[in-house]
Design a protein around this ligand. Structure first.
Ligand code: IFM
Length: 399
């Protein structure tokens, strides 16, 4: 048994630094937000950079036992090779705060945003990418000695697509695209390119080796599990090829990991032309995806099969809705499907809800995923009934 699979089941919520901190001025995303035609800027975000203690306390007081948050590379290394001791100390304080509140920290090293200089230098497909990312990861290990869970790269299968935005930094040709989850109106993600996939797998394996060398953390990466299905029996072959390029190749790369992060929200059909755009429907979520709480059960079973039994940590699951009653209903159903899978013998180490806070949804503010609402002028936090509900589930240990 790995350390991961013997630890107590984690009940928590997740965030990402660029989506909550605010004023992430040195990041590539700060540039994209100003330049992409459909995007709203992150600005102050929800100022969690300063208010993280309040945010963590709300989770702990509700009864949750874990908090997944990220370290922002652009802050820790604002210029190539120049590491900020003050920023490392900031993230160390976050770890200490989580531990002192009884929250197990689950730390993500890269969640979609990279330093602007890194992209200008050539980015993820450039010659220096692995060396630069490895140097950053090595430096961050200085503050991770007692962190039990480390996620290297978030949703590489979505991030491969975001890499296309790098064009907005180095040229005037701004790509016409939206973020992965804004699917209303038939938006379909392009396939990850083989070069992007290979580079991200290499980066993950390099980071995994560094984290293992310098810490005792369980290490893995967190994958967007798409719960794809064939629109009709004759589309089975196309389903397999789409699923391989969009998901399974990343799951296979998790085979030597201590855990695999499963992130599931909805499902999508595949026909002989590829992904079928989700039709608009009043039941869709605020990011245009169908209301499918069963996606989580499908996702964990698929990840378990493809990884050949790597322990699973649900690192994200949730719903973009303005109706908190619907959030509770969705999450209850999703947890029921998760616990059916656990009862069937899957090794699941925890459930981290996306998201702790209403936050910046990559160019958009309307899709609200949070257990906690935030007034973006005063930054006042208001816990929603779903936070209290999830805390009670956590204390009970089952939905
Ligand atoms: O907000 C995102 C997160 O950054 C990655 N996973 C999906 C979430 C909801 O779209």
């Amino acid at each position: 048994m790995t350390e991961a699979s013997t630890a107590a089941f984690l009940w928590g919520a997740a965030t990402a630094p660029h989506q909550i901190e605010g004023n992430n001025l040195n990041s590539d995303w700060w540039v994209y937000e100003q330049r992409m035609p459909h995007f709203n800027p992150s600005g102050d975000a929800v100022d969690s950079y300063h208010r993280y203690e309040e945010d963590m306390r709300l989770l702990a007081d509700a009864g949750l036992t874990a908090y997944r948050f990220g370290i922002e590379w652009a802050r820790v290394e604002p210029l190539p090779g120049a590491f900020s001791l003050a920023e490392l100390a900031h993230y160390r304080r976050m770890i200490d705060t989580a531990l002192s509140l009884g929250l197990t920290p689950v730390v993500t090293l890269h969640h979609f945003s990279s330093p602007r200089w890194f992209i200008e230098e050539g980015g993820w497909l450039g010659d220096t990418a692995l060396e630069r990312f490895s140097a950053y990861v090595t430096r961050v290990c200085d503050i991770l000695h007692d962190v039990p869970w480390v996620c290297t790269i978030n949703e590489p299968n979505m991030f491969a697509f975001m890499m296309l935005m790098a064009g907005a930094i180095n040229s005037d040709a701004v790509p016409e695209m939206d973020t992965p989850t804004m699917q209303e109106g038939g938006f379909v993600l392009p396939l990850p390119t083989p070069a992007a996939t290979q580079r991200l797998v290499e980066a993950h394996h390099a980071a995994r080796a560094i984290v293992r060398e310098h810490t005792t953390a369980a290490v893995g990466w967190t994958i967007a599990n798409l719960a794809l299905y064939a629109a009709a029996p004759e589309n089975e072959q196309r389903l397999r090829t789409e699923r391989y390029a969009r998901e399974d190749v990343f799951l296979e790369a998790a085979r030597g990991d201590d855990f695999v992060g499963v992130q599931a929200y909805s499902t999508q059909a595949v026909d002989d032309n590829g992904l079928v755009p989700n039709p608009p429907s009043p039941d869709n979520t605020l990011v245009g995806t169908p209301y499918r709480p069963d996606a989580l059960g499908i996702a964990v079973r698929h990840a378990w099969e493809v990884t050949s039994g790597v322990p699973i940590l649900v690192t994200e699951n949730g719903i973009a809705t303005a109706d908190d009653t619907r959030r509770i209903a969705y999450t209850f159903e999703a947890l029921r499907h998760l616990f059916d899978a656990i009862d069937d013998g899957l090794d699941v180490c925890g459930y981290l809800h996306w998201s702790a806070l209403d936050n910046f949804e990559w160019g958009h503010w309307e899709p609200t995923f949070g257990l906690i609402a935030v007034d973006r002028t005063t930054f006042a936090r208001t816990p929603k009934p779903s936070l209290e509900w999830l805390g009670e589930v956590a204390q009970r240990g089952r939905p």
